[in-house]
Design a protein around this ligand. Structure first.
Ligand SMILES: [Zn+2]
Length: 65
Protein backbone atom coordinates (compact mmCIF):
# COMPACT_ATOMS: atom_id res chain seq x y z
CA UNK A 1 0.00 0.00 0.00
CA UNK A 2 1.64 3.22 -1.12
CA UNK A 3 1.01 6.38 0.79
CA UNK A 4 2.60 9.84 0.52
CA UNK A 5 4.46 9.16 3.74
CA UNK A 6 5.75 5.86 2.42
CA UNK A 7 6.90 7.53 -0.77
CA UNK A 8 8.70 10.23 1.17
CA UNK A 9 10.47 7.59 3.20
CA UNK A 10 11.62 5.50 0.26
CA UNK A 11 12.89 8.65 -1.49
CA UNK A 12 14.92 9.81 1.47
CA UNK A 13 18.68 9.55 1.29
CA UNK A 14 18.76 7.86 4.66
CA UNK A 15 16.58 5.04 3.43
CA UNK A 16 18.63 4.62 0.27
CA UNK A 17 21.83 4.48 2.26
CA UNK A 18 20.44 1.78 4.52
CA UNK A 19 18.73 -0.26 1.84
CA UNK A 20 20.36 0.56 -1.50
CA UNK A 21 19.09 -2.52 -3.30
CA UNK A 22 15.54 -2.14 -2.04
CA UNK A 23 15.61 1.56 -2.78
CA UNK A 24 16.56 0.91 -6.39
CA UNK A 25 13.76 -1.60 -6.83
CA UNK A 26 11.23 0.79 -5.38
CA UNK A 27 12.51 3.66 -7.49
CA UNK A 28 12.28 1.58 -10.63
CA UNK A 29 8.65 0.86 -9.88
CA UNK A 30 7.66 4.47 -9.43
CA UNK A 31 6.00 5.25 -12.77
CA UNK A 32 6.24 9.01 -12.38
CA UNK A 33 9.94 9.01 -11.67
CA UNK A 34 11.98 8.76 -14.84
CA UNK A 35 15.41 9.89 -15.79
CA UNK A 36 15.82 11.22 -19.29
CA UNK A 37 18.66 12.37 -21.52
CA UNK A 38 18.86 16.17 -21.95
CA UNK A 39 19.58 15.67 -25.64
CA UNK A 40 17.24 12.76 -26.25
CA UNK A 41 14.00 13.26 -24.30
CA UNK A 42 12.63 10.00 -25.64
CA UNK A 43 15.28 8.08 -23.72
CA UNK A 44 14.11 6.91 -20.33
CA UNK A 45 16.11 5.20 -17.69
CA UNK A 46 16.82 4.94 -14.04
CA UNK A 47 19.15 6.73 -11.68
CA UNK A 48 22.79 6.40 -12.76
CA UNK A 49 21.84 5.23 -16.25
CA UNK A 50 23.53 6.79 -19.25
CA UNK A 51 21.97 7.63 -22.59
CA UNK A 52 22.64 4.79 -25.04
CA UNK A 53 22.88 7.29 -27.90
CA UNK A 54 25.23 9.97 -26.56
CA UNK A 55 26.48 8.61 -23.24
CA UNK A 56 25.31 11.56 -21.17
CA UNK A 57 24.11 10.81 -17.64
CA UNK A 58 20.35 10.82 -17.43
CA UNK A 59 18.67 13.57 -15.44
CA UNK A 60 15.46 13.46 -13.46
CA UNK A 61 12.51 14.31 -15.65
CA UNK A 62 9.43 16.26 -14.74
CA UNK A 63 6.65 14.07 -13.38
CA UNK A 64 4.51 12.50 -16.07
CA UNK A 65 0.99 13.76 -15.83
ZN1 LIG B 1 21.38 11.30 -25.36
Amino acid sequence: METPVFRAIIRSEDFKNKYPALGKILEANEPEKWYTCPMHPEIRGKFNDKCPQCGMPLTLSAPLL
